[in-house]
Design a protein around this ligand. Structure first.
Ligand SMILES: Nc1nc2c(ncn2[C@@H]2O[C@H](COP(=O)(O)OP(=O)(O)OP(=O)(O)O)[C@@H](O)[C@H]2O)c(=O)[nH]1
Ligand SMILES: [Mg+2]
Length: 333
C-alpha cells in the first residue's frame, strides 16, 4: 500500500441553485402573484481529522474534490434542496495550505488549518448560497416581478495538504539500528523488521501503555544516513514526521555490528537533523544504546558516555527485550 504524506488538491464546493421565476396559476384566480422559490445552497467541502486514516493516499487517487450543487427553486414557492457537505477524512496531523501559482509555478502560502484532534473539522470551501425566487421582489409598485437571482458559485481553490505526524516520541537512527524492533517490543505495533537497511519505508506509530491509563505515542521513521539532506538513502523528507514530537530518541547500534562507530553515527544523525530543521536538535532527547546483547556494546557505551557526559544513555537490547523498563521511565519523564 502506498504512503502519501504530501499532496496538492483542487477543491470546488457546490454552486447554489437558481431562484425561480413563476406565477401562481389556478382556475378562478386570474392574477395569481409571484410564487418562484429560492435555490438551495451548494454543498461545502469539509476536511475532518480521523484517527482511522493514517495517510493522504485517498486524495492521491482523487485529487479533484467536488461537492454537489443546490437544487433550483421551483414554482408554488418550492425551495431547491440544499446539498449536503462532502466530507474528506484526513489523518490527524494534517496541515493545510492554500496553494497559489506565481508565473505558473506552484507557491505555497501560510497554513490555513492544522487538524490535530480526531473529529476536528475545517470548511475548506464553502458552498454557494442559493438564488432568490421572484417572490422576494414583490412590492406595492411591482406586483408581477420577473426578477430572480442565480445561485452563487461555490468557493474553489488549490490547496496543499501535508501530514506532520503527531507523536510524543520520535525514533531516529541509522538503518538496521533496531528502531522497528524497539517499537515492536514496547508497543502493540508490529512494524516490519529485517537485517537489511531501509526496511521501514514510511512512519509507523505505536502506542505504549503506561500505568494509570496513561499512554505515549512513539513514531518509528525510516532510517537516516549521512547525506540524507542531499537525498542519500531515503532522503530526509520523513523528518517532517518528528518535527512535532516532544522528545527524540537516538537509536544507535552500540555494538557497531555493521562496522560503523556509534559515536560517528550519533554525530552524523544530529548533523542531518540540524540541516533539516535546527529546532530538532534542541528537543529533549536521549540515546538508546541498542544491541547490548552483543559483546562489543559495553565498551562502546563507556566510550560514548565519556565523549557525551551530558547525554542520557539507556542501554537496551530491543531483540531480547532487556532494559526497556528504564527506557520507558525516561520517556515518561
Ligand atoms: N543482536 C541484536 N540485533 C538486533 C537488536 N535490535 C534489532 N536487531 C536486529 O537488527 C536488524 C534491523 O532491525 P530493525 O528493527 O529492522 O532496524 P531499523 O532501525 O528499523 O531499520 P530500518 O527500518 O531499515 O531503518 C534486525 O535483523 C534485528 O533483528 C538487538 O537488540 N540486538
Ligand atoms: Mg525499521
Amino acid at each position: 500500500m502506498r504512503f502519501v504524506d504530501q499532496i496538492r488538491i483542487h477543491a470546488k464546493a457546490g454552486d447554489g441553485g437558481n431562484g425561480c421565476c413563476s406565477f401562481r396559476r389556478e382556475k378562478y384566480i386570474p392574477h395569481g402573484g409571484p410564487d418562484g422559490g429560492d435555490g438551495g445552497g451548494g454543498g461545502d467541502i469539509i476536511l475532518q481529522a480521523d484517527h482511522d486514516t493514517d495517510n493522504l493516499v485517498a486524495l492521491f487517487f482523487e485529487p479533484l474534490v467536488r461537492s454537489a450543487r443546490g437544487g433550483h427553486g421551483k414554482g408554488k414557492n418550492k425551495h431547491g434542496r440544499s446539498a449536503g457537505p462532502t466530507i474528506v477524512r484526513v489523518p490527524a496531523g494534517t496541515v493545510v495550505h492554500r496553494a497559489g501559482r506565481e508565473h505558473g509555478d506552484p507557491v505555497e502560502e501560510e497554513p490555513i488549518a492544522d487538524l490535530t484532534e480526531h473529529g476536528q473539522r475545517f470548511i475548506l470551501c464553502k458552498g454557494g448560497d442559493g438564488g432568490k425566487g421572484n417572490t422576494h421582489f414583490k412590492s406595492s409598485t411591482n406586483r408581477v416581478p420577473r426578477q430572480h437571482t442565480k445561485g452563487f458559485p461555490g468557493e474553489e481553490g488549490w490547496f496543499s495538504l501535508e501530514l506532520r505526524t503527531i507523536a510524543d516520541v520520535g525514533l531516529v537512527g541509522y538503518p538496521n539500528a533496531g528502531k522497528s524492533t524497539l517499537l515492536g517490543a514496547i508497543s502493540a505495533a508490529h512494524p516490519k523488521t529485517a537485517p537489511y537497511p531501509f526496511t521501514t519505508l514510511h512512519p509507523v506509530i505505536g502506542v505504549v501503555d503506561l500505568p494509570e491509563y496513561n499512554r505515549l505515542t512513539v513514531a518509528d521513521i525510516p532510517g537516516i544516513i549521512e547525506g540524507a539532506h542531499d537525498n542519500k538513502g531515503l532522503g530526509h523528507e520523513f523528518l517532517r514526521h518528528i518535527v512535532r514530537c516532544k522528545m527524540l530518541l537516538f537509536v544507535l547500534d552500540m555494538a557497531g555490528s555493521e562496522g560503523r562507530s556509534p559515536i560517528a553515527d550519533y554525530q552524523s544523525l544530529r548533523k542531518e537533523l540540524r540541516l533539516y530543521d535546527p529546532t530538532l536538535v534542541k528537543k529533549p532527547s536521549a540515546v538508546v544504546a541498542n544491541k547490548s546483547d552483543l559483546p562489543a556494546a559495553a565498551s562502546h557505551a563507556d566510550a560514548f558516555r565519556k565523549k557525551f557526559p551530558k547525554m542520557p544513555v539507556v542501554e537496551i537490547s530491543a531483540l531480547e527485550k532487556s532494559g526497556l523498563g528504564p527506557l520507558i521511565e525516561k520517556m515518561q519523564q
